[in-house]
Design a protein around this ligand. Structure first.
Ligand SMILES: Nc1ncnc2c1ncn2[C@@H]1O[C@H](COP(=O)(O)OP(=O)(O)O)[C@@H](O)[C@H]1O
Ligand SMILES: [Mg+2]
Length: 316
């Protein structure tokens, strides 16, 4: 069933560009989505995620550059790749007065690659996979937003897939709905499906992703495995003390330039330069009362805020 190809990447683009009236909404991106990854495509609203996804899936014309999907070039060989790709882009428009099951049957009937003989079985298997079996006969207008998102994912899974592309599947969901979608993605990844998932909220997907790309104003500003992106050359030092001035002098004696703000002293320390216990020892020797002390790598969120200059919307 699987689409044999030599490509290590489920999605690979080179210089992929989309212009709208002279403005590049996507500006020459080189995306590399390894097979088997859960790939988080992050970026603030308007950074070009949906436009990129639409080009990858052949839903929008490519202005410049190229993209391959499961080793097939888009758009020329799209027909070979698409049957192996499930997608949820901007939520499918469901018929509110049909049940979840009947909606999926209608979508499947509209899919020219779908075998009508296996339709009922595939629809029920897909509903079971997303945990909607018991709600399958309910009309969709009575579904919660999370249930609708899961129905959209069920729709994308009506055929065996190698790649699932989900555009902001957790957008607008409450924490419970977000957890449900995350758990579903984890279980699908265990089956070996590559998952490409976009979000403007790092916190919603960072726990499940193996790889990330960060978009800012149409460009990729960071890309790689989560381990690569988490490796840090600098650590954040945070010290709480009533003796800020003495603390600065003590830090200076071991080559660290700190900043004091009230009782909080902060500094950036190159990782590997000095052990935390050595810093604390110097502070204590100089009579600095240490109320709390941490020396930690910046969080992904802190790094991405620096990279995008816009930050991520962490509000729910
Ligand atoms: N059909 C279109 N015509 C003109 N501009 C568009 C169109 N679609 C998207 N854009 C613009 O492209 C930029 C990126 O949009 P989009 O890809 O939707 O970002 P995201 O999905 O990251 O929020 C935005 O500035 C948006 O206004
Ligand atoms: Mg979008």
């Amino acid at each position: 069933m699987s689409l044999s190809t030599g490509s290590h990447f489920a999605i690979e683009s080179a210089g992929l560009t989309k212009s709208f009236g002279g403005h590049n909404a996507v500006d020459g991106i080189d995306l590399k989505v390894p097979r088997g990854s859960i790939f988080g495509f992050l970026g603030p609203n308007g950074s070009g995620k949906t436009t990129t996804i639409r080009m990858i899936l052949g839903l929008a014309n490519i202005s410049a550059g190229s993209v391959s999907l499961l080793g097939r070039s888009v758009p020329d060989q799209l027909g070979e790749a698409l049957p192996h790709v499930g997608a949820l882009v901007e939520g499918p428009a469901f018929y509110p007065y049909l049940s979840g099951r009947d909606n999926l049957k209608r979508f499947d009937a509209a899919d020219r690659y779908a075998d009508p003989k296996t339709r009922d079985a595939r629809v029920d298997a897909s509903l079971a996979k997303v945990g909607l079996s018991s709600a399958a006969g309910k009309k969709v207008h009575a579904y919660s937003l999370g249930m609708k998102q899961r129905l959209g994912i069920a729709n994308a899974l009506l055929q065996p897939r190698e790649l699932l592309v989900l555009d902001e599947p957790t957008n607008g969901l409450d924490p419970q709905g977000t957890r449900e979608v995350r758990n579903l993605i984890r279980s699908l990844a265990l089956e070996g499906i590559t998952i490409f998932i976009s979000s403007h909220l790092l916190v919603e997907i960072e726990q499940i992703c193996t790889h990330l790309a960060v978009m800012s104003r149409g460009a990729i500003v960071a890309q790689g495995s989560v381990e690569e992106l988490s490796a840090s050359e600098v650590l954040n030092l945070r010290l709480v003390t009533a003796q800020g001035a003495s603390a600065l002098t003590a830090l200076k004696s071991v080559g660290i330039n700190g900043v004091v703000d009230g009782e909080l002293v902060t500094a950036l320390v190159p990782s590997g330069q000095i052990k935390p216990e050595q810093i604390v020892q110097v502070l204590v020797e100089m009579g600095v009362g240490v109320q709390s002390f941490t020396l930690e790598a910046p969080t992904l969120e802190e790094r991405f805020v620096l990279l995008t200059g816009e930050g991520f919307d962490v509000a729910r």
